[in-house]
Design a binder for this molecule. Structure first.
Ligand code: GLC
Ligand code: CA
Length: 586
């Protein structure tokens, strides 16, 4: 497929978690042929890019984010021919395919690691070329309490999925290997030129197959502090993210791989991101990545650093933060817009209502508020149906390595009781996003004819794609309109962001202003984040400047709202209402 320059700026991405999308052969696991069968659904929604989570050969401790062979497909997902067919069938429909690239680490069962852990010398006694592919450090010499000594972890870094970030290969040596996530996911050593070469060749091989880009998993971690100092509180992120060689490696990846193909899209997953970092790594000159996933908005309620909490997002803080990103990246770097993915709970854990009269209305409001900012929006599978968190009642129902490790740790050390921890997993756990897509109201929501690998949300008889497609005012239809609006209106891509009524704790309002100085065109996006009526206040200057312009309602979620004129200093929105107005001159 011919790719236009910067095509992703006008794109809306649909994220597919293949394990839970659609099962074509009744083994209870979603698969690549299942994705192909549902491409027309994605097309109907209006998304023109798919990011598909890992489908490579994997040991599956972390559902595909622990790869054993980058150039093979996990048999339960299908074959390489299926993936080639997926690329072909997506392109036939004008849909780009972006694949998930996990190169910060591999599986502990990847042949590179199996060879690496043999030791400094290989089985023939020669220097082991794979040793250097991973990060090995001598253990710290500590007293054994009996006058002798023993070895301990090289430092106090904690793995993101719990426990020490260091493990031993059990080969009798004093060496430890580093794993930022879990011991099943040893970190690759990007300091090794031979390793980098391998990665670059493999990524080029995928681009030669015709994929349109990569979502770069956990990429901010590929360069670590070379001194491996102890961390104050065990938190690994300050030492493992954005290390001294990160920029060099990222630029090399661009030079050696990405820039050799035309208009490849990359979205780099980067916790610890700031607008300054975005300007370097998602710069509009295309010298590194096309855009990044930042985490600051998710961190507002605990998010990345300590997610197991009931904390709620303060809307004022959110507005300030989003505005800060919008303003700082304008004309310099490109943003991604998302609330949901396979690592986050469903959106209603944060805003809106998972059930009750405002469920659908709130889902639409949240979508409009985020989609109409500047950047590329991401729709996580099921989000367009208003899918909700799963009511976990037993730890036996949980599959996710992160939740299971947290359960072990926090129920053992007394941080939470079992009941509290289960409640937190139901609120925040990643499995909430990973339950099967609810296609219809038949058994297992039409996802599989077999036994699904993880529970289907019991609300599937009410919330499912078939029902949503049969109804004009459904969440799905609203997303369709929102996505179409982006395609029709240049302003959604190019407009400058101006926040309005920023101190208001209940409503979120902003403008998108045409960048051309001779244009008066603008969009006004107003959203009520509460379950009661709430006001948007217009500053005097705003009223003065825009009162004489023509207006039209482009989209909204309140059926009774049929007209809008800018005459009063404030507007009262109904519960969870969103209203999108265009200002123009006839
Ligand atoms: C990323 C992925 C997540 C995975 C982790 C380790 O954060 O999105 O699902 O567990 O990296 O690969
Ligand atoms: Ca299957």
């Amino acid at each position: 497929m011919k790719r236009a320059p910067y095509w992703w700026k006008k794109s809306v991405v649909y994220q597919i978690y293949p394990r839970s999308f659609y099962d074509s052969n009744g083994d209870g696991i979603g698969d690549i042929p299942g994705v192909i069968e549902k491409l027309d659904y994605v097309k109907e929604l209006g998304c023109d890019t798919i990011w598909i989570c890992p489908f490579y050969a994997s040991s599956n401790y972390d559902n595909g984010y622990d790869i054993t062979d980058y150039q093979k497909i996990l048999p339960e997902f299908g074959t390489m021919e299926d993936v080639e067919r997926l690329i072909f069938e997506a392109h036939k429909r004008g849909i780009h395919l972006v694949i998930d690239m996990v190169v910060n680490h591999t599986s502990c069962e990847h042949p590179w690691f199996l060879k690496s852990k043999i030791g400094e010398l290989d089985l023939e006694g020669k220097p082991n070329p794979y040793r250097d592919f991973y990060i090995w450090k001598k253990g710290k010499k500590v007293s054994d309490g009996h006058g002798g000594f023993t070895f301990a972890e090289p430092n106090n870094w904690e793995a993101i999925f719990g426990g020490s970030a260091w493990s031993q290969a059990e080969d009798g040596s004093e060496d430890y290997f580093l794993h930022i996530f879990s011991p099943k996911q040893p970190d690759l050593n990007w300091e090794s030129p031979a390793l980098r070469r391998k990665i670059f060749e493999m990524m080029s091989w995928w681009l030669d197959k015709g994929v349109d880009g990569f979502r770069m998993d956990a990429i901010c971690y590929i360069s670590k502090d070379p001194n491996f100092p102890d961390s104050m509180d065990g938190n690994i992120r300050p030492y493992a993210a954005f290390g001294p060689h990160f920029e060099e490696f990222a630029r090399e990846l661009n030079r050696e791989v990405l820039s050799r193909y035309e208009n490849v899209m990359t979205v780099a997953e980067m916790s610890e991101s700031t607008p300054e970092r975005a300007e370097v790594f998602a710069n509009e000159d295309g010298s590194v990545f096309s855009m990044i996933f930042q985490f600051q908005h998710l961190d507002l309620d605990g998010g990345d650093s300590f997610k197991w909490t009931h904390r709620k997002i303060d809307l004022r803080a959110l507005k300030k933060l989003m505005g800060f990103w919008q303003k700082n990246l304008f004309g310099r770097a490109w943003n991604s817009l998302y609330w949901s993915n396979h690592d986050q709970p469903r959106i209603f854990a944060r805003f809106g209502e998972a059930e009750g009269p405002f469920h659908e209305k709130s889902a639409k409001m949240i979508a409009a508020c985020s989609h109409l900012m500047q950047g590329t929006p991401y729709v996580f599978q099921g989000e367009e149906l208003g899918m909700t968190n799963y009511p976990f009642r037993d730890i036996e129902e949980v599959r996710d390595i992160e939740s299971l490790n947290a359960w072990e740790k926090f129920t053992a050390d007394g941080t939470f009781t079992e009941d509290e921890m289960l409640e937190l997993i139901s609120l925040r756990g990643r499995d909430n996003a990973r339950t099967p897509i609810q296609w219809d109201d038949s058994q297992n929501a039409g996802f599989t004819t077999g036994t699904p690998w993880i529970g289907v949300n019991p609300n599937y008889r009410k919330i499912n794609a078939k029902e949503q497609l049969s109804r004009e005012d459904s969440v799905f239809r609203f997303y369709q309109k929102l996505i179409a609006l982006r395609k029709e209106l240049e302003l959604v891509t190019t407009g400058r962001y101006v926040s309005l009524d920023e101190e208001n704790p209940e409503t979120f309002a902003y403008l998108r202003v045409a960048p051309e100085p001779d244009s008066v065109e603008k969009l006004l996006v107003m959203s009520n984040f509460t379950d009661h009526e709430a006001k948007v206040n217009f500053p005097e200057s705003f009223l003065r400047e825009n009162r004489s312009l023509d207006t039209e309602i482009l989209l909204g979620n309140e059926p009774s709202r049929t007209e809008f004129t800018l005459s009063e200093p404030s507007l009262t929105l109904t519960p969870y209402e969103t209203l999108i107005i265009r200002f123009f001159q006839r």
